[in-house]
Design a protein around this ligand. Structure first.
Ligand SMILES: *[C@@H]1O[C@H](CO)[C@@H](O)[C@H](O)[C@H]1NC(C)=O
Ligand SMILES: *[C@@H]1O[C@H](CO)[C@@H](O)[C@H](O)[C@H]1NC(C)=O
Ligand SMILES: *[C@@H]1O[C@H](CO)[C@@H](O)[C@H](O)[C@H]1NC(C)=O
Ligand SMILES: *[C@@H]1O[C@H](CO)[C@@H](O)[C@H](O)[C@H]1NC(C)=O
Ligand SMILES: *[C@@H]1O[C@H](CO)[C@@H](O)[C@H](O)[C@H]1NC(C)=O
Ligand SMILES: *[C@@H]1O[C@H](CO)[C@@H](O)[C@H](O)[C@H]1NC(C)=O
Ligand SMILES: *[C@@H]1O[C@H](CO)[C@@H](O)[C@H](O)[C@H]1NC(C)=O
Ligand SMILES: *[C@@H]1O[C@H](CO)[C@@H](O)[C@H](O)[C@H]1NC(C)=O
Length: 382
């Protein structure tokens, strides 16, 4: 059990909700209350209308349903506290661990004041918050840009973009001073630009998207008693994403111009396709029963080398070796186009060596493939 020392400045000091101790002057006392408590706000200690110096205390396993798992500071409007201690709560040599709250697992200040020496002169460990700020509520401190799940160094980054909606996952996040997501106004701090923004421009042109937020506050430091403390916040912060419009349309799209000022890539609609960048959309061939974007679904009896090839070959019409393409199935192995037992270009060979079909097949009669069978071999070879 830890004994701790307080120096309080006057006024009300509330321990939990039910018990109010009124101090008239600065005084010191020992106390060891701050463990395993659960309240709406300030699970361990609720400091109201007071400044405080809290030293050598341990706050552990406290829980607040709302704000401040271990401590909550609420000055409302007290001029004396303001004058004497500049409304500060000073925390020194405390051990604050395993506390929980919805918001700010360790310490919450209603007025948004940062507790002095919080991280530098206390041991802060394993606190948790449901929404944000595992220790402190924090402030919006920055914006980060995440492309395909990787944070980019946006100062030195140029994003290569096909005109229109983003093809990659492009997410902008507001973070607090600990680099955690900073939720605000019903938003968890993430903005998915794929759903929010389309960027058009002429090929090879460059644009810059600038992100800023009025909730981002960058701390300004002041040297107080030989230690840097936050004195005020600045809201002049922005991040940006430099975008270069790619000089091409992806397969499945073709270039269109809008009044000579914009290039944009319009999709190949049903009945058309292309398979190479910058190709025009091509009419669906007779050998296919469906085309759209870069998809071609072949009729029975036709074959192609791979999913980007538009060179379509007819199979041997006598043996039904090529089956109809299946919608929604990626062509990863050319033998997917073959009937059972057949493999190879235009599915003309039998799977004699069991390369694909899980057993051996052999040729009979008019080059048909059937399951390998010893007796059959003897019959046909005799
Ligand atoms: C707090 O609760 C834990 C687990 O319930 C218990 O082990 C511990 O002794 C309690 N601490 C205090 C100071 O009561
Ligand atoms: C805090 O605790 C340390 C050792 O436990 C002790 O030496 C020191 O005097 C204490 N400080 C105060 C202000 O009580
Ligand atoms: C802070 O104090 C004010 C004034 O007493 C009160 O209305 C408010 O509910 C308090 N906030 C919290 C989170 O306790
Ligand atoms: C905070 O900790 C540092 C390093 O231990 C120490 O030099 C400094 O005096 C402490 N600050 C206060 C206000 O106790
Ligand atoms: C943030 O919210 C969005 C939807 O509002 C959700 O898709 C996303 O997974 C959330 N992110 C986190 C880290 O909770
Ligand atoms: C704060 O100011 C004092 C003198 O005014 C100086 O010696 C000290 O290095 C400064 N501290 C920091 C962290 O800038
Ligand atoms: C904090 O900065 C804002 C502008 O950024 C300014 O209006 C305000 O007066 C400053 N407050 C203090 C206490 O310096
Ligand atoms: C796809 O097939 C075409 C011939 O139709 C060939 O030129 C191309 O290299 C093949 N692509 C791949 C990835 O194998």
């Amino acid at each position: 059990m830890v004994i701790c020392l307080f120096s309080l400045l006057k006024l009300k000091f509330i321990i939990a909700v039910s018990k109010t101790i009124q101090f008239q002057t600065e005084e010191e006392f020992t106390l060891s209350l701050f463990n395993n408590l659960t309240y709406n706000n300030g699970g361990g200690l609720y400091i109201e209308e007071s400044s405080a110096l809290i030293q050598n205390c341990s706050f552990s396993n406290n829980k607040a349903y709302l704000y401040g798992g271990a401590l909550l500071h609420n000055i409302s409007n007290n001029q004396i506290a303001q004058q004497l201690f500049n409304n500060q709560v000073v925390l020194l040599k405390n051990n604050i661990f395993q506390n929980q709250a919805s918001i700010a697992g360790a310490y919450y200040s209603v007025q948004g004041l940062f507790p002095q020496y919080f991280y530098t002169n206390n041991t802060i460990n394993q606190n948790q918050a449901n929404i944000f700020g595992k220790d402190l509520v924090g402030y919006g401190a920055g914006i980060q840009i995440i492309i395909n799940h990787i944070q980019v160094d946006y100062q030195n980054f140029i994003y290569s973009h096909t005109t229109g909606k983003f093809q990659d996952s492009v997410i902008v996040e507001v973070i607090n001073q600990n680099g955690e997501l900073y939720s605000f106004r019903q938003n968890n701090g993430t903005f998915n630009l794929n759903n929010l923004i389309s960027v058009y421009g002429q090929f090879n042109s460059e644009v810059e998207l600038v992100f800023s937020s009025d909730i981002i506050q960058i701390p300004l430091y002041q040297n107080i008693s030989d230690s840097l403390q936050i004195s005020n916040y600045s809201s002049k912060y922005y991040a940006f994403l430099k975008i270069k419009i790619k000089n091409e349309c992806n397969p499945g799209y073709e270039l269109q111009k809008f009044q000579t000022i914009l290039d944009y890539c319009s999709p190949c609609l049903e009945g058309y396709y292309n398979t190479q960048p910058n190709q025009h959309c091509i009419k669906c061939p007779d050998s296919a029963y469906y085309c759209k974007y870069q998809t071609i679904l072949l009729k029975k009896g036709f074959w192609r080398e791979n999913s980007t090839s538009s060179n379509i070959l007819a199979c041997n019409q006598n043996k039904n070796s090529c089956i109809e393409s299946q919608a929604g199935v990626n062509l990863v192995n050319t033998n997917q186009q073959c009937a059972e037992g057949y493999i190879g270009p235009i599915c003309d060979d039998c799977d004699i060596e069991n390369q694909y079909w899980g057993q051996r097949y052999q040729k009979i009669g008019n080059n048909q493939c059937v399951r390998f069978n010893n007796k059959l071999v003897q019959v046909t070879s005799s």
